[in-house]
Write a protein that binds this ligand. Sequence first.
Ligand code: KG4
Ligand code: ZN
Length: 337
Amino acid sequence: MYVLGIETSCDETAVAIYHADKGLISHTLYSQVQTHNEYGGVVPELASRDHIRKLTPLIKQVLADAGLTASAIGGIAYTAGPGLMGALLVGAATARSLAWTWQVPAIAVHHMEGHLLAPMLEHEPPPFPFVALLISGGHTLLIEVAGVGRYRLLGESLDDAAGEAFDKTAKLLGLDYPGGPALAQLAAQGQARYKFPRPMTDRPGLDFSFSGLKTFTLNTFNTSTKTHQDKADIAFAFQQAMAETLAIKCKRALQQTGLDRLIVAGGVSANQEIRRQLQQMSQKERASVYFPRPEFCTDNGAMIAYAGCQRLRAGQSQPLDIFARPRWPIDELLGLD
Ligand code: KG4
Ligand code: ZN
């Protein structure tokens, strides 16, 4: 079965076709970064309008790239949440309308489940069970994963998400939106001059909090002379603190669950220093760590098509309603049986 995947939850319009046996067939993406850049963050109404403009041409493009016509598509997967309401509705309405026209089932996919399953698109996918660290712009989640839809939340951020903390720190340092990759570039020129806190690592538990780290960064910046080197050193210290905090919590999660596999996904998992520290920690713990390729760490259609394919194959689908849920706890999802 060929599944068309549609992702429009935030500022990327992404479409892909995944085949249950042949794997990923084609994928494409349009990033709205330029549109939102001048505002220093995503403007929801502009995001929705841009999804409307781009989605249909991108669907035509993935079909053409795959050498398929619409009649080959056996199901449609779309991100139904969490995300921006208007942006989600564009994908949901388009997916639902196409499914009705083509007389195929449609399935609402949870965006973070998409991220969680993205490592399955790689050559050596991790077998279940495993611990998942999901680090994106809107969420920071540690989950014990027994199978698709079988999720036990171990910990989450009590305030800012990891990506949000990267973006806010980058903004403080005068970098363009989205700040994560720009901050990582600046950090590469930095040196170990400052020592930032590793929040909530001195007490038990698997929750995260990044607002204190953000304030510490702000105070350090305000008392510095604000030269390029100062900024690079602050970016370096921030990234180190973030990477080490994530590594400490993942180590704890592995020990607590007794599992020896860790998957890391979501936009922030593209960060090289975070990958390096998580790899190092996993090696010491004799655990294996899995990441998606960098382009599938950030938002993409392939992960939605993949997640939807698993659920459609298990016989799940959505009724005709156009379904969007801006807030949607991941542990409310159903398993496959
Ligand atoms: O998963 P994602 O593409 O979208 C959401 O679901 O939110 O994640 C986007 C987040 C942004 O905060 C972005 O700054 C961050 O991922 N990000 C990075 C890197 N690449 C993307 N953060 C740190 N280092 C990176 N290389
Ligand atoms: Zn995402």
